[in-house]
Design a protein around this ligand. Sequence first.
Ligand code: UD2
Ligand code: MN
Length: 572
Amino acid sequence: KDKSAIQENKAAHKKDDLKNKEKHNHVISKSDLNATKEAGEPKPHQGVDSLAKPLVKRKSGFHKVYSLDVTGAPRDAKAVGQYGNAAEVPGDKAVEAKSRWAEGHFNVFLSDQIPLDRAIPDTRPQTCSQSVVHNDLPTTSVIFCFVDEVWSTLLRSVHSVLNRSPPHLLVEILLVDDCSTRDYLGEQLDEYMKKLPKVRIIRLKERQGLIRARLAGAAVAKGEVLTFLDSHVECNVGWLEPLLERVYLDRRKVACPVIEVISDKDMSYVLVDNFQRGIFKWPLVFGWNTLPEEHIKKNNMSVSDPIRCPVMAGGLFSIDKKYFYELGAYDPGLDVWGGENMEISFKIWMCGGEIEIIPCSRVGHIFRGQNPYKFPKDRQKTVERNLARVAEVWLDEYKDLFYGHGYHHLLDRTAVDIGDLTEQIALRKKLNCTSFKWYLDNVYSDIEAHLVKAEGLMFNHGLRKCLAIHEDALSFTICDLSKKNQHFNYTWVRLLRQQDVCISPRDQQANVTLEPCDPSKPLQRWFHKPADSALGEHLIAEATTQHLCLEAGLHGSSLHLNLCEPSNSLQK
Ligand code: UD2
Ligand code: MN
């Protein structure tokens, strides 16, 4: 569908071109241009002037993507890090550079040497500079949230937006200060930004975390589209229009640029592989993977085609403002950092939208080994708690895969308060969203997502018989795959389950019986030692302090716990 739309665009563009080239450009008011021109030290480069001709405003039609501030624009070629090249710390500055690393968990010393408006290589696929977009694209507010960001990276982020975005599409840049503690981010920042009329600073009185900070920015944004960016990025040539074009084509499309790498060590701008998409692995860990070769071939995809993306990285995307609110924005109960990318991704896909990576839009980002700011509470627990909120609302019966892959302490609900989810659950219902199973089948079918960790018969090596439930009691009998009462599941949260009943020791006592399954009861959880472990294949009761093993009674009519013994085949 998109392809034919683009074909149509091209055809229309040609026809328009023949009639009257000029008419189809946008009107750009003088003040728009001045706003960027008077923008502090770094000046916008070539491209802007060609937009300045007084033109007739037209609603329809197409134009070639504006490639503002290209690499070839005049610049000091000798400047450190110019053209996205690697910078080097001079020998006598090594100590200083090292000591400043912790300010941002990247090479802050070098960042401070590099011009705030440096050129970076145009890394777009070749066809991108020739592609056409609508004349009447929606406008956008760019929202940067930051806490204790390094001065030079924050400013370089802002200037890259001002220099490389068509002024008529950029309504404003909102800087949401999430209660930074560094002095320079106060008055000094206010002073600097006074020179940039498009920039507004919003100060949060208390630290809110990036999720609620984004919500604060979105709430006051005047653009039709919200474009979120991290505060240590460099937007590349022509980055904005391809994103807005997708939103224009369908307001339920959420468009992400390709995120390229600004090296944390030498600040060089590094282009990334083609056909990358965002995915997750259990337990909801974000990652990248390459589109399968067959998929690329089958769909005859070129390197510049939009890529359907199961999960967004989180930081950089454009979304129709009204649509963002129709979706209920972010769960405001998510704290500090993490998990919000999963939340918004599941929400978008399951409630009628789409997430795409747009290869013609590219933004560099400094990936850092550590968060350079403090977490008010424990970092790991904060992220896990956020993810648990997401899992509870969106994962349906698959949430066990989340809980079973690593977050053991989350199983004990009393240990972690994940907060109230009533509103989030009601929202999902109101939006009439599909199931998580639908998402897995239709959006991310290559993930492994078996509902249980193992299923089948529980064969006891000592008795050479299988466990069965007979008249509500456990006993061993001749193995028969066709008998339902011999089928057990070993679940991701480590229950041994048949239908609704689970194998459970009675109050740490030796006798083992059946109880209604309750994943919150540690007593029902069994740790499975694989066959190649020193002990051999065993099932260890997790709640018992001495690690007791599940053992068959000698005559096969019972099950009990006993001290684990590698040689005891009744335990295998
Ligand atoms: C990635 C995303 C980030 C976010 C995060 C998960 C990219 C490139 N980055 O991690 O946007 O989705 O995953 O939550 O996709 N910040 C605040 N207040 C806070 C903490 C952070 O304002 O309490 C700001 C921070 O200054 C930065 C932005 O939020 O501008 C994202 O934080 P990050 O750069 O530490 O996240 P990152 O890139 O590791
Ligand atoms: Mn970041």
